[in-house]
Design a protein around this ligand. Structure first.
Ligand code: DOR
Ligand code: ZN
Length: 422
């Protein structure tokens, strides 16, 4: 057994503790004092559960000029993320078993962190065939990948997903509420895909979901949040919490759903602090600088963020804007629960996926620091607190803030404990 020591976030609070890690990378013991064959003492640095990012686009296979699994998961590790859930709008899109198997084969042995795959069934018949995916994604409106389905179709998909006990994450925007005008900047884009489109879509979703487990992706405003039923879950992105259309980002600030106004952003932050939003997910959606250099209307939507989600929020602990249990819940334990995977908590029997961070270690975000293949970050210059070390199943994947490992990430498959086992 080897031992890692520090101020551990255990049962909702920080305590100086020793974690004993066994051969299989699981936490075997949690004690005040433990002796091991090898010991690493992190002093008064915090040890938190590794973050679970339930919404990323690693672009692999098919769009690897923007991002790829090895590079993207190394950036994830730098940002304290030890499990990602990858969206299905890769090429070919994960709408069939063939595409799912092809993606599984393509990614094997290349990820630096553990990963979960989403599939995007386009009909009810595709649902049982895609049961090897941990969760489904449904798009109600067009965005990168053209995977949108109509509302009646979506209803059929929900009925089938309900039988499988499968989570359905939804991109909720109602295209019927989009405006026809051309946008020339993020503010124009927000006007073209207005808040009401999101609010209506979430309302529709809640009306037709039945008993399906529904998760609302990237809520951007309180009006949409107000529509999310207590029995559904939702996420917010760091860009909707930290950026708005007043920032001079041009097409780099183009994303779907759009960045909103400064006032909307304040209200969203307030709702998040108060615990009204389950999870923070990055919606890491990189595009190259060349692609983002096109005229606004033609430029692709989406921005990178997997490496900065946790560090930006961690910085807000010291400023008193956010408390630590809220952060750990939103970035680790809740997303793991939503996905139904055994991650996101420090306890005996769990994988030793750990983030070691010193809240005093403040630095400005730079393009170099996050090591994205796309070569830019919309959070450039903002204060952040990056982890000094990260462990995946007890193995260091980040040391002195830099990614040191690749390839040991594993695919997490659905737990076959649902009512479909018979
Ligand atoms: O802005 C977005 N970009 N929204 C999406 O829904 C997809 C994403 C992407 O894949 O680029
Ligand atoms: Zn997305």
């Amino acid at each position: 057994m080897w031992v890692i020591r520090g101020r551990v976030f255990f049962r909702g609070q920080l305590e100086p503790l020793s974690l004993g890690i066994d051969e299989s990378g699981r936490i075997a013991a949690i004690k005040k004092v433990l002796r091991g064959d090898a010991e690493t003492d992190h002093g008064d640095a915090l040890i938190l559960p590794g973050c679970v990012d339930l919404h990323v686009h690693m672009r692999d296979p098919g769009l690897t000029h923007k991002e790829d699994i090895s590079c993207g998961t190394r950036s994830a590790a730098i940002g304290g993320v030890t499990t990602i859930a990858d969206m299905p709008n890769t090429v070919p899109a994960v709408t069939t078993t063939t595409a799912l198997n092809q993606k599984t084969d393509k990614l094997r042995g290349r990820a630096a962190v553990d990963y979960v795959l989403y599939a995007a069934p386009q009909s009810a018949t595709a649902v049982p065939r895609l049961s090897d995916a941990v969760a489904f994604k449904v798009y109600m409106a067009e965005s990168t990948g053209n995977l949108e389905v109509t509302v009646p179709r979506m209803e059929e998909i929900f009925r089938a997903a309900e039988k499988e006990g499968k989570l359905v994450a939804v991109h909720a925007e109602d295209p019927g509420k989009f405006m026809k005008q051309k946008a020339r900047d993020p503010q124009g884009h927000a006007a073209a895909r207005p808040k009401i489109a999101e609010q209506t879509a979430v309302a529709t979703l809640m009306r037709i979901r039945g008993e399906a487990r529904v998760h609302v992706a990237h809520v951007t405003c309180v009006e949409a949040l107000d529509q999310v039923a207590a029995t559904a879950t939702c996420e917010v992105t760091p860009h909707h919490l930290f950026l708005d259309w007043s920032k001079p980002l041009g097409a780099r600030g183009k994303t779907n759903p759009p960045l909103r106004s400064p006032a909307d952003r304040d209200a969203l932050w307030d709702a998040f602090r108060k615990g009204r939003i389950d999870a923070v997910a990055s919606d890491h959606a990189p595009h190259t600088l060349d692609e983002k250099g096109e005229p606004f209307e033609e430029a692709p939507a989406g921005l990178p963020g997997v490496a900065t989600a946790f560090p930006l929020l961690m910085r807000r602990i010291r400023t008193g804007d956010l408390d630590l249990p809220r952060l750990v819940s939103a970035m680790a334990s809740r997303p793991a629960e939503i996905l139904g995977i055994a991650k996101g908590t420090i306890e005996v029997g769990r994988d030793a996926d750990l983030v070691v961070v010193d809240p005093r270690n403040i630095e400005a975000v730079t393009t170099k620091r996050v090591r994205y293949k796309c070569g830019w970050t919309p959070f450039e210059g903002m204060e952040a607190c990056f982890p000094q070390a990260v462990y995946l199943r007890g193995e260091p994947i980040v040391e002195d803030g830099e990614a040191v490992a690749e390839g040991q990430g594993r695919l997490i498959t659905p737990r076959r404990t649902g009512h479909h086992d018979a």
